[in-house]
Design a binder for this molecule. Sequence first.
Ligand SMILES: C[S@@+](CC[C@H](N)C(=O)[O-])C[C@H]1O[C@@H](n2cnc3c(N)ncnc32)[C@H](O)[C@@H]1O
Length: 275
Amino acid sequence: MTQGNETSPPAEPAPPGVNPDVPHSARIYDYWLGGKDNFAADRQVGDAMVKAIPELRAMAAENRKFVHRAARDLVTEQGLRQFLDIGTGIPTRPNLHEIAQRLAPETRVVYVDNDPIVLVHARALMVSSEQGRSEYIAADIRRPASILSEKALLETLDLTQPVGLTLIAILMLLSDQDDPWALVAELRDAMPSGSVLAITHPTADFNPEAVGEAVASARSAGMTLVARTKDEVARFFGDWELLSPGIVPTSAWRPDAPVDNPEATYYWAGVARKP
Ligand SMILES: C[S@@+](CC[C@H](N)C(=O)[O-])C[C@H]1O[C@@H](n2cnc3c(N)ncnc32)[C@H](O)[C@@H]1O
């Protein structure tokens, strides 16, 4: 897909169901990561948010690095061979199944997102190892029961065996009125013992003023974006047991090398196991 810039129109029309004039989280995130699947409206809000928090691009990259480290440890340390990733985003290599299947080729992954632009790219997510499998479901996390009863999910994952449930940079897109805690609890309840939940979530705990400004930019463009405190993020894990080092800034979760100023990621990350 080719997009235009602020002054020229897109060279190709937006895919069906995609309104290029309304900024969207998946495309803003793609823009910060250096991707090409974004439009002027996305870049405008993305730039306004970066003005408030200059570290935002690095934060998006740190979020991806967390996915790499968490997937690695869930496969090698927790022995997981199946994942349910909700809020997948526009594919960014290596994707979750690529990381997991490099370590355990038989790994099965189901991706879920509700954005039409992610659906356009879903084929890229479904190039699986021969021994494993990856599937994509177009669905909304606000309807957990419909995700859990999807044929593609039931044919790909065995819900009697532990699952890695990854909710990476998605829950901030749900308002408190959506009761994201109840939605996540419903997903947790459907997972057997030994399953693991990984979450990243933006917070205003470290710099309320800058994060407040970034959130205001997103909201003034019509987006839902909620920064949450460490306690609010902790509630998503219910009674599951947090793996070491607990809920920490994203870059400080089992870093590959020492990190300076981890709070500059403005994101909490945590991974917990169902007893
Ligand atoms: C910021 S991106 C994160 C992408 C990826 N998880 C990562 O961290 O690299 C958030 C994704 O969540 C998706 N999303 C937002 N609300 C959703 C909902 N209600 N149900 C399913 N997906 C949703 C968006 O379409 C977007 O692709």
